[in-house]
Design a protein around this ligand. Sequence first.
Ligand SMILES: CC(C)(COP(=O)(O)OP(=O)(O)OC[C@H]1O[C@@H](n2cnc3c(N)ncnc32)[C@H](O)[C@@H]1OP(=O)(O)O)[C@@H](O)C(=O)NCCC(=O)NCCS
Length: 325
Amino acid sequence: MGSRIIGTGKAVPATSLTNHDLERQLETSDEWIRSRTGIASRYLMRTGEALLDIADEASRRALDKAGIKAGELDAIVAGTVSSEYAFPSFACQVQRTLGVSTIPAFDVAAACSGFIFALAVADNAMRAGVWKKVLVIGADALSTMVDWSDRRTAVLFGDGAGAVVLVNEPGPRGVLETLLRSAGEAWDLLSLRATGIRASADSELRRDGADTLKMRGPELFKIAVKSMADITRQVVERAGVTLEEVRVIVPHQANIRILNAVADRLGIPYDKVFINLDRYGNTSAASVPIALDEAWEAGRFCDNDLVLLNACGGGLTWGASLLRW
Ligand SMILES: CC(C)(COP(=O)(O)OP(=O)(O)OC[C@H]1O[C@@H](n2cnc3c(N)ncnc32)[C@H](O)[C@@H]1OP(=O)(O)O)[C@@H](O)C(=O)NCCC(=O)NCCS
């Protein structure tokens, strides 16, 4: 009793900002950003736009493609760290916009690995026979959390949402294996203090609205390469297949140099790895489902092909999921 993805969808904000646009507001250059990251442009939310609307659009597209009505869903699981509200959960907010009542809806916080973690939670519950149809969302808007005067982080991120519909289905197709890892001891390589008001009974109210995303990029780079390569090797081994049999890897899109270094370690050709970060930047939990939707639309894999998803992000967290499409 496994689960299979039968619909994917994505949505992004209306505005795409190029590296040249950023040159006008930061001490940076198109040449630096392209050569150090592979990013050429990214979609960023503007005043009046909400991540919730973008996630709602991605979810409706995934449901349409799956041929399933929102009312048929048994659960909504969202990977995100950028909800406007600490509670209700982002998934509950999407539940409301989709007009679905009483099914469980909750978030999984694993930063850039959020979609893979959410997918694993849904898949495991479906293997246990708990749910039959689940909407899994990856949505983030880290542009709302970076310091826009810090060129080391501001150029990297973009906003967006992706979603998939999973159905419980016996048979050889679907999620074959998923592996998840976390390393809390390295939490401070990539972090963001929760904003809002903090207080205790014996202290004054304290606001931390100025806190922004903090990243130790070069250290993170090295760990991302090692962890994504290791987990990829481990997940195919556990599934009893080889990397050669995998048709395409759809990774978290953080940096082209990370992805090329992972491919080098694995000894696979670069064209086995689906890349779209040039147009999106790092969209955190949204990046894998957005890339999966594009790779499917682009015909990068067919029915019964092996498709491998992997990601690494704040936590640290990392994971990989092997699917037979
Ligand atoms: C962030 C990252 C692109 C930086 O690339 P890097 O080659 O490691 O660059 P460094 O941070 O060592 O900086 C090198 C120089 O470029 C400069 N620089 C940094 N950002 C710049 C920018 N946007 N434009 C121009 N110069 C920049 C730095 O100030 C530094 O200059 P200095 O040597 O005079 O101090 C890279 O470390 C990275 O991708 N790390 C992983 C980040 C990531 O993926 N995070 C999310 C994980 S999910």
